[in-house]
Design a protein. Structure first.
Length: 748
């Protein structure tokens, strides 16, 4: 190493003054770096290790658990380990998709935090060679009612605006998602963004840096000082204590140019490897591409295009400036990249080459400023087997007795209370800000169980959904994990799609707390069991830990992005009732609702208690298979998953969507609030024409799936009678007014 002329701490100072701690490295991790290198790292090297060994990049707490997910199936073309996963959907077509978090940045800079989260996930997908065709999201915020919650409204409004601003400008439709409001998220909002792309088998690209002497190019935007140490920032507690400079700034117009240039470049066949400069920027993209290929890289920092004066190698390597990619070209073909990017008014600059010595070597002209074995950054990152302990609170929550709460005096008023709570209320305030029709392939718009996007030139379509219930996971981590997978798949089935694969975003608090790690490992075990039972492997994902502030942990919140194939456009199904006189059936268990973990229990009685709803994965599989078969045979007019708010809310939503009433007759020995508002799993509401009723009932019976005729579509009121007594009666327009007006009223 040559003389330090950048006024940076020396390796000895870094060790003596424990400067590495400010980078996020522990004493033990720093000692391991010294051991691996055989010397003390300099300032640049310390920064590189700190981001690559951060929780965000290395998955050092979660890796042992993630290995237990089922990831393989005949239709999986690319599983975890690349920028995004890929599945085969027949006819030489494939789908690439992934979901990621941008929680910490969104907590302190909600517009840019959300916008750059969208930008990053888009790059992960088109890096695989896929053209992005749809965006989805899953959001969590604190409550937005009352004067005390102005900051939550600020976060909610600006996150939605950031998602809309980026997606609308780049011209990719935002077609679906979910929003939940609970004060467990008031300091740590969750902003999870998902992208789905389409490609053919011969267009698949990978993030590898192979071929000694092949040129390495930085393409797209120039590098600035924004987002430095963003990966470390995402791996620590309390995002509010961090500087805003850790949040990147996005440019969707440049990303649109970058997308087109990269897809055109990949199509030439001259690309050896390509990767997004996402978390940890140039550091992660270079070291991960080299690690996958078992190669080395030599990069000249003087050649990295920059937009600010005086940037040091440390800043260049750790910047997370947006809209940048790292590309390895075949030797002698770098001019192809330069010409294509020039056409799109973008830069493509050779900054280095592939080597065979397994080292990441950084130079500044003739000076070597860092030299690290690539494997020590990726393969030798620490792996922690965290202690796990069952949380003590479970003994209290599981002891909940429904008899301890009073029945509502007026069930119609209670239904209005639920329809008006922001988690259940219409999310039109959100999706009306999104351009969900751009590219004109969106067949089912936001607001139904799953979004559906047609595949042009075919009769096929993709159904896609994001789902998760942190309250269920909190009350029963293993079963809650199962519910997350099951509901996401159920929503795809209700839209006429066969669930194929999963991408997950695992949002939890500190893994260093044994009770939190118990939630994490147990819920992942439940997810694995459900994925195996439903044949939906995990092909990509993201882990977001340390989501806690002021001793307030978020609920353990695994978010599932599920993609399924609609084999024929005629199979597309939506949740709204279609025609007066049609019959309404409840498919699935009819007498196991319970109140544990329900939105009713939280909103009406102020309690988070009980057990997560029972779930039998064999019943779930049989239910989904039978309903999908009935849909594909043309027997079902509408289908709607029962989720938050239970049966009464699901009926209301189907009535509101179709602007039709319904008359329901129930017989039950259960408590009325359990019947109406309990949230048992594995239940789907379906609408059937009278002439199809006997055939549908026979189909379900043959499949071993219970079904109950509830009533008839028609009129302009929702009337629910239980054991002959009217318990809910109201005009659909009145229900709609409450449901549609809740969030806009609160946001005023």
């Amino acid at each position: 190493m040559t003389t330090n002329v950048r006024n940076e701490p020396t390796p000895q100072q870094i060790a003596d003054e424990k400067i590495y701690r400010t980078f996020g490295l522990t004493d033990e991790e720093y000692d391991k770096v010294v051991q691996l290198m055989g010397r003390k790292p300099n300032y640049v090297e310390t920064g590189i290790y700190s981001v690559m060994w951060s929780e965000h990049c290395s998955y050092k707490s979660s890796r042992p658990i993630l290995k237990k997910f089922p990831t393989q199936a005949p239709h999986v073309l690319q599983g975890p380990g690349e920028n995004a996963g890929i599945i085969d959907i027949g006819d030489n077509l494939a789908v690439s998709f992934k979901i990621e978090s941008h929680n910490h940045p969104s907590a302190i800079e909600p517009y840019q935090g959300a916008a750059t989260g969208v930008g990053g996930i888009i790059r992960d997908v088109f890096t695989m060679g896929a053209r992005p065709i749809a965006l989805l999201n899953s959001l969590r915020f604190g409550e937005i009612d009352g004067a005390d919650n102005a900051h939550n409204r600020y976060l909610f409004g600006n996150v939605v605006a950031g998602i809309a601003g980026y997606g609308n400008c780049i011209g990719i439709p935002t077609v679906g998602g979910e929003v939940v409001f609970d004060d467990r998220y008031k300091y740590n909002p969750l902003v999870n963004a998902m992208c789905v792309g389409l490609l053919t088998h011969d267009e698949i690209a990978k993030g590898t840096a192979s071929g000694v002497g092949n040129p390495v190019l930085a393409v797209g935007a120039r590098t600035g000082r924004d987002g430095i140490h963003g990966a470390t920032f995402a791996s620590t507690e309390d995002p509010h204590s961090k500087e805003r400079s850790a949040v990147q700034v996005g440019d969707p117009f440049m990303e649109k140019l970058l997308l087109e240039a990269c897809l055109e470049l990949i199509a030439t066949g001259a690309v050896v490897g390509i990767q997004d400069m996402g978390a940890a920027g140039l550091t992660s993209s270079s070291s991960e591409m080299a690690a996958r290929a078992g190669s080395g890289l030599e990069l000249d920092m003087l050649k990295v295009p920059r937009r600010e004066e005086g940037m040091t190698p440390y800043e260049l390597m750790l910047s997370e400036s947006q809209e940048r990619m790292l590309v390895v070209m075949e030797k002698g073909k770098e001019h192809i990249a330069e010409e294509i990017f020039r056409k799109w008014n973008l830069e493509a600059t050779v900054i280095g080459k592939v080597t065979d010595d397994g080292k990441l070597r950084l130079t500044e002209g003739d000076e070597v400023v860092a030299e690290i074995e690539v494997t020590t950054l990726v393969d030798d990152a620490p792996v922690y087997h965290r202690p796990s302990a069952r949380p003590a609170y479970l003994d209290e929550t599981l002891s909940f007795d429904p008899a301890s709460i009073a029945l509502p005096e007026n069930f119609t008023e209670t239904l209005h209370t639920l329809l008006g709570t922001p988690t259940i209320a219409s999310k039109e305030y959100v999706y009306s800000q999104y351009d969900y029709m751009v590219r004109t392939s969106t067949v089912v718009r936001p607001g139904s169980d799953a979004a559906v996007v047609a595949i042009r030139g075919t009769r096929k379509a993709l159904a896609m959904s994001t789902d998760g219930n942190g309250r269920y996971v909190y009350l029963n981590p293993r079963r809650g994990g199962q519910h997350a997978i099951a509901e996401a798949a159920r929503n795809v089935v209700c839209s006429g799609g066969k669930p194929l694969a999963v991408t997950d975003c695992l949002n939890y608090s500190s893994p260093e707390k044994p009770e939190i790690f118990y939630q994490f490992e147990e819920s992942c075990a439940g997810m694995s069991e459900a994925c195996t039972a439903l044949a939906t492997p995990v092909i990509s994902g993201n882990v977001s830990l340390y989501n806690q502030t002021n001793d307030l942990d978020i609920y353990p919140t695994p978010i599932i992005g599920m993609v399924g194939l609609v084999e024929d456009l005629d199979h597309i199904t939506t949740q709204e009732f279609k025609q007066a006189g049609n019959r309404i059936l409840l498919v699935g268990p009819s007498d196991t609702a319970g109140l544990g973990g329900s939105e009713y229990l939280r909103v009406v009685h102020g309690q988070i208690a009980g057990d997560a709803p029972a779930l039998d994965l064999n019943v779930e599989k049989a239910l989904q298979t039978a309903v999908l078969t009935a849909i594909q045979e043309g027997r079902i007019r509408a289908a709607h998953d029962l989720a938050e708010g239970g049966l009464a809310v699901a009926l209301s939503e189907s009535c509101i969507g179709g602007k039709l009433g319904a008359t329901i007759e129930l017989n039950s020995t259960q408590r009325l609030d359990e019947v109406l508002f309990g949230e048992a799993g594995s239940r789907i509401l379906v609408e059937v024409a009278p002439e199809q009723l006997s055939g549908v009932e026979a189909l379900f019976a043959k499949a071993g799936v219970s079904s109950t005729v509830l009533g008839t579509v028609g009129g302009d009121r929702l009337e629910i009678r239980v054991n002959g007594e009217a318990v809910i009666s109201d005009a659909v327009t009145h229900l709609e007014s409450t449901w549609r007006g809740a969030i806009p009223c609160l946001m005023k």
